[in-house]
Write a protein of this length. Structure first.
Length: 662
């Protein structure tokens, strides 16, 4: 079969095919051109922004934390710059393997590993976690040389909080630590996450916590150009961070340091206040701890040791520790007796060495008694019998109402968080707490600072300062000035008087004179002998455990932790007080034996600039009872007495078998 071709038809068919193909090609190019126009013109702004975002990063700049100085300009909380080796856990398959490899380059101690593990457990984010802090220059150079092998590590320059004096003042300063997930959540709820951008630490306790808002400052930012691998190429612009405010404290840090040394290995606390201003001059809690151990993240083993230590070094004793005030309560009780009209200044009792209530005897610290005792002598010789009877006559609610304005059992308002209130008992308080009525037999022990009474030494020092200030109440405070870190402008924080307790000037003068005589020929005359100033004070001895009737207290037969506490409260100079204090030495025995000598050293240094080596120290007796008997001997009743009232009296049913609650 022969096929006949038509050349014209074939040419026409070819032309049509070429035309269709050409149209198709032009259509494709048109689509490409349209897409090009869409991407390059219509979406130009969007894609340009995305490209810039890939090239430019916004890096937060954490602010420098505010510094803390004492009243004399001594720096006690500082910042230092150092490099940190940090790890991004989300970018590592085996953290243990990475740590071992890094250990071959720089030394990573077991403590570093334990801290890293704990921080890893606490971390719920993808932020980097420090493995080793405060790298040396040599360590930084080694890590930088091997950086290409470990894409999950970073070497960052950070500021670290440091406390140059170590343990000195640790309980008032507190410390900072890494921000926990819970703290981060609270910052977000408060709308403060922007201020903490880039920050890893926050104040945990003490002034670091109470003044966190002022100390922290405001975060800044830096626009930087980064490579495809995320490395910073160059800085484009910068908004500097605003440093936190500096704090100038009322505390004399040298006095603080010396007082801590004078406590030695003994437990206790001392608070010293300037009566006219409320400035806290010393805020001592013994034993102490080193806040520097907490900044980088405390080692779990050390944390366990601090928490399990029976001496409780982490307890802020001035703020949180509560104790019965013992006989240091008596000057305030004396004012309550006079102001309530319960007894007059010359009203005199016969002190046989006990106060009888029904068949129960409340024993005096001097078993043989003090003879004829009026109010003045009751303070000088510390007659328990006088105040057993006076308290019973007043009643617990009258005592409560008089003591409350002095700050007993109340928050002082000091600029530290988590202050304890203690207990100022009343009939309403007992009913609320125990659902029981107040018993008459519970009242006498209240009069000598025992029973349910438990107060902080901060409260006792505050009340002593108020007494020295003639009833004018000044709120105690640790921060004296706030300093702007840029222009150095200072703003005082000293508050105005909160209130004035109405007191009869004659009664106030009488009590102050009795407190002066306590140091002249009373219970603290040995510790305060030959001073170059006149001081007013009162010793106290607070029982830790109850003593049954007929049982004699012998310190050497009792475990140390159950022995009496030694207390002393005082102010000086008596005519123009510059310093008032309260001190307790836990399980230290008689007040004049352990607490009063520390107070004497504080007064000598603060008022005269003298150290113990500059002041002849009288020999203290070793036995509590011997010292007590010697101090109380031959103290006269120097006022015209009214008719002697019997010490023993009939009353409702007798109280329990102890003079006060343990």
């Amino acid at each position: 079969m022969v096929i006949v071709r038509n050349p014209e038809q074939e040419v026409a068919l070819m032309r049509r095919r070429v035309f269709v193909a050409t149209l198709f090609i032009f259509a494709c190019f048109a689509v490409l051109a349209g897409r090009f126009v869409y991407l390059q013109v219509v979406r130009h702004a969007d894609f340009h922004a995305q490209a810039e975002d890939n090239r430019i990063a916004l890096v937060p700049i954490p602010p420098p934390r505010g510094l803390i100085y004492d009243r004399n300009g001594v720096l006690i909380a500082d910042n230092v710059s150092a490099y940190t080796l940090e790890v991004r856990p989300d970018q590592v398959a085996s953290l243990d393997g990475l740590v071992e490899q890094l250990s071959s380059i720089v030394e990573i101690t077991p403590r570093d590993k334990r801290r890293f593990k704990r921080l890893l457990e606490d971390s719920k984010t993808f932020e980097s976690i420090p493995l080793k802090t405060r790298l040396t220059d040599e360590e930084v150079a080694k890590l930088a040389a091997h950086r290409f092998r470990f894409p999950a590590i970073e070497i960052r320059a950070r500021q670290f909080r440091t406390y140059p004096l170590g343990e000195v003042g640790s309980h008032l300063l507190g410390y900072i630590g890494r921000i926990s997930p819970e703290e981060k959540r609270k910052l977000e709820e408060a709308g403060k996450e922007a201020a903490y951008a880039g920050s890893t630490h926050i104040g945990k306790i003490g002034l670091e916590q109470s003044y966190e808002a002022m100390l922290h400052g405001q975060a800044g930012s830096q626009r930087v150009e980064v490579s495809a691998g995320g490395r910073i190429v160059r800085s484009l612009s910068k908004t500097p961070a605003v440093p936190g405010a500096n704090l100038v404290l009322s505390v004399d840090i040298k006095l603080q340091k010396l007082t801590e040394e004078w406590f030695g290995e003994r437990k206790g606390t001392l608070v010293a206040i300037e009566p006219a201003t409320g400035d806290v001059l010393a805020f001592v809690s013994k034993p102490t701890y080193d806040p520097n151990q907490f900044v980088d993240g405390i080692d779990p083993q050390l944390w366990k040791e601090l928490n399990d230590d029976p001496n409780k070094p982490l307890l802020n004793r001035p703020l949180r520790g509560t104790y019965p005030p013992g006989s240091t309560y008596k000057p305030f009780m004396a004012l309550a007796v006079l102001e309530s009209g319960t007894r007059s200044p010359g009203y005199t009792i016969n002190d046989p060495g006990f106060f009888a209530l029904g068949s129960h005897r409340f024993r005096d610290s001097r078993p043989s008694g003090n003879g004829a005792v009026n109010l003045h002598k009751s303070i000088v010789v510390s007659s328990d019998t006088y105040y057993y009877g006076a308290a019973f006559e007043m009643g617990v609610d009258t005592i409560h109402d008089f003591m409350k304005p002095w700050g007993f059992g109340q928050l002082t308002g000091i600029d530290l968080d988590n202050e304890s209130t203690g207990i100022l008992p009343s009939s309403a308080w007992k009913m609320k707490r125990y659902k029981q009525k107040w018993l008459p037999g519970e009242t006498p022990s209240i009069g000598i600072g025992q029973g349910y009474n438990t107060f902080t030494m901060l409260q006792l020092a505050h009340a002593t300062a108020t007494l020295a200030n003639n009833g004018v109440v000044m709120r105690p405070h640790l921060v004296k000035l706030m300093e702007n870190p840029i222009n150095r402008e200072r703003t005082p924080t000293t508050p105005k008087p909160e209130r004035t307790i109405p007191l009869n000037p004659e009664y106030l003068a009488l009590v102050k004179q009795a407190m002066i005589d306590v140091n002249r020929f009373g219970t603290s005359r040995v510790a305060m002998a030959n001073t170059e100033y006149i001081a007013a004070g009162k010793t106290g001895t607070a029982q830790v455990i109850g003593i049954k009737q007929g049982e004699k207290y012998v310190a050497s037969r009792i475990a140390e932790r159950f022995r009496d506490h030694s207390l002393f409260m005082a102010f000086a100079p008596a005519d123009n007080p510059k310093i008032a204090l309260a001190v307790i030495v836990e399980n230290g025995g008689f007040g004049a034996q352990a607490a009063a000598p520390i107070a004497r050293k504080v007064f000598d240094y603060y008022l005269l600039g003298k150290l113990p080596k500059d002041t002849p120290q009288p020999l203290m007796r070793s036995e509590d009872e011997a010292a007590r008997e010697d101090a109380m001997r031959d103290v006269p009743v120097d006022m015209t007495p009214e008719p002697i009232a019997p010490a023993a009296r009939s009353a409702p049913p007798p109280p329990p078998n102890e003079t006060r609650r343990p």
